[in-house]
Write a protein that binds this ligand. Structure first.
Ligand SMILES: Nc1ncnc2c1ncn2[C@@H]1O[C@H](COP(=O)(O)OP(=O)(O)OP(=O)(O)O)[C@@H](O)[C@H]1O
Ligand SMILES: [Mg+2]
Length: 381
């Protein structure tokens, strides 16, 4: 899939040999035949973003095999999305993940281990394990960025990486290539990055998240935010999503709006979501649990970092499933359930939803029925 000028740069290979090698390789893989459209392999998979609204407008979640650009003003939630899906991709498939690892290319030094740990707990995953499956690179220059994008490809081969995050795509390029005189060079570097990533996305059915900054354009009386990077980014990405803080007072509210700006097969829809301390979510508090009992639970969730092993999050307890494996049950809720004699997923299935709702503050019987449904999936019953 590489263009031949790149292969011919390898020492000892001339232009002709490079071309021959590539053509023969394509023949060997059957890439030189047209195929009937019915036989096209569209094995798109989806990663949950933490917000069901955002998943909905994305057509089911963050998609593999494609480049997705998320752009928006500062504080709009781009880095929060990057952190959230770096965790959710590690969930098993039936919980909205791919059971896979992440390469995180960090050009702004905004990656936070603490945030990852909190998000991991929210989704009932072991924070230590989650961190071990995020391969992080702090980037200092645009050629370093290119180098690590290439390196990320090897991680796809060897470490089951199925998501590459570049947060943010343009920050270093914007600072390095200043002025119109360097624009052509900047676009050429950018072009190489986008094409490299496109190839990786397709070859390994890997999801790619590129975050991007905006510049404000004045058009007479109106102003509009537009992503930077020009046509190369605009055309190179399959999905373009805009995050907005406007319309909400960005200091008082953590509510954000996402808009599908361009997608091959999605309507131009909008969704609202929240930034929370546990990543992107549908509600202000994250969906650790719901109702008035929540504040307390969110707090306990962030304490006791070292108790993880004892709690055996997502481990089996005496051969049985632990409660935190059920979607929507966090550490705090599991503890409260245990106080009422419900210690395992099996206990939960056998319990009376009304009775549980009456003893747990902020939990409705409907919520318990949802837990039971998820618990049954977990146990295959
Ligand atoms: N623990 C937290 N709880 C709630 N909100 C938080 C928390 N941490 C950060 N935020 C909010 O998230 C916002 C920052 O989001 P994020 O870093 O994802 O923005 P961004 O789009 O990446 O911005 P930039 O362009 O500056 O990189 C801020 O408004 C901040 O108040
Ligand atoms: Mg950011």
């Amino acid at each position: 899939m590489s263009p031949h000028n790149i292969i011919s740069e390898i020492e000892g290979l001339g232009d002709k040999t490079a071309k021959k090698l590539i053509w023969n390789a394509r023949n060997a893989l059957g890439m030189t035949d047209f195929i009937a459209a019915g036989d096209i392999d569209e094995n798109t998979e989806y990663i949950t973003t933490g917000s069901s609204e955002l998943n909905r407008i994305l057509g089911g979640g963050f998609q593999t095999g494609k480049l997705t650009e998320v752009y928006g003003p500062f504080k709009s939630g781009k880095t929060n999305l990057a952190h959230t899906i770096a965790v959710t991709i590690q969930l098993p498939k039936k919980k909205g993940g791919l059971g896979a690892a992440v390469a995180y290319i960090d050009t702004e030094n905004t990656f936070s281990k603490e945030k990852i740990k909190r998000i991991a707990k929210r989704f009932g995953l072991d924070p230590k394990k989650v961190l071990s499956q995020i391969f992080h690179a702090r980037i200092y220059s645009s050629d370093h960025q290119m180098q690590m994008i290439q390196k990320a490809e090897t991680l796809c081969k060897t470490r089951n990486v199925r998501l590459i995050v570049v947060d943010s795509l343009m920050a270093l390029l914007r600072a390095e290539f200043v002025g119109i005189g360097l624009l052509a060079r900047r676009q050429s570097v950018l072009n190489n990055m986008i094409h490299g990533l496109s190839r990786v996305a397709e070859t390994y059915n890997c999801a790619i998240l590129l975050t991007n900054q905006v510049s404000t354009k004045m058009m007479g009386m109106f102003s509009a935010d537009d992503a930077i990077g020009g046509n190369i980014v605009a055309h190179g990405c399959h999905f373009r999503v805009m995050f907005k803080t406007k319309g909400f007072s960005s200091n008082n509210s953590l509510k954000r709006r996402a808009i599908i700006v361009d997608a091959p097969d999605l309507p131009p829809e909008e969704a609202e979501f929240y930034i929370t301390s546990v990543g992107i979510a549908d509600t202000e508090k994250g969906d650790v649990s719901e109702g008035p009992g929540l504040d307390f639970e969110v707090e306990t969730l962030f304490e006791e970092e070292d108790d993880i092993e004892e709690n055996q999050i997502s481990e089996k307890v005496n051969g049985e499933h632990s409660l935190v494996e059920v979607r929507g049950i966090g550490d705090g809720t599991a503890k409260n359930l245990a106080k009422n004699g419900i210690n395992t997923v099996e206990d939960l299935i056998d319990s009376d939803p009304e009775a549980i709702a009456s003893v747990l503050s902020g939990v409705s019987s409907k919520k318990v029925v949802e837990w039971q449904a998820d618990a049954k999936i977990l146990l295959n019953v």
